[in-house]
Write a protein that binds this ligand. Sequence first.
Ligand code: VGL
Ligand code: ZN
Length: 220
Amino acid sequence: MPAPSPVQLATAGNRARAVLVAVDLQVDFLPGGRLAVPGGHEVPPLANVAARHFANVVLTQDWHPPSHVSFASSHPGKAPFDEIDLPYGQQILWPDHCVQDSDGARLSAELDIPHAQLIIRKGHHRTIDSYSTFYEADRTTPTGLSGYLRDRGIDTVYLLGLATDFCVSWSAVDAARHGFATYVIEDACRALDVDGSLAKAYADMAAAGVRRVRLADVIA
Ligand code: VGL
Ligand code: ZN
């Protein structure tokens, strides 16, 4: 009899109430992209390995309209990585990236996760950024992911992806705050590390009760 595939094992195993969220594995965040994360290309193969151990997988996509408020090009006189004050708080300005339907917004061609069930697109309101895949940067506009997960009986969230210090950490903090047991697979993430943002992200995640795990332990 052929061995059961890892995906079947995950279905039968104790991860039925868990989801793997693979954050923003998109062309613009990979080397050569418009907001490349150092080492970002190392993550899609790790995501493929992790995903074989989860029956439930959600992918996320940063998905901005042209002239998005987070783009430096939308603010005359500003440059990428400048910061500005917006009604919902401080906003780092980025190079234009992940514009809806552009090549850079596409998911990495290296991803091989056919059983992923949902793609959450975020950052699609022109005047609000959304690092988190649960709540936009105003902290009140939901993406709908938490309702989707609860409807499906999921109580545990594992995250990996790009970038550790922005979309992964904001998503993890929101997941923990909204009552999910939350794990960041730390060696399957890569960071931008702008001005101490990585250390701050790990401090924020620890304060929110997010646990750090290694991929080898997740798939053991
Ligand atoms: C991200 C900066 C701007 C991310 C998205 O995916 O971490 N970072 N937009
Ligand atoms: Zn973005």
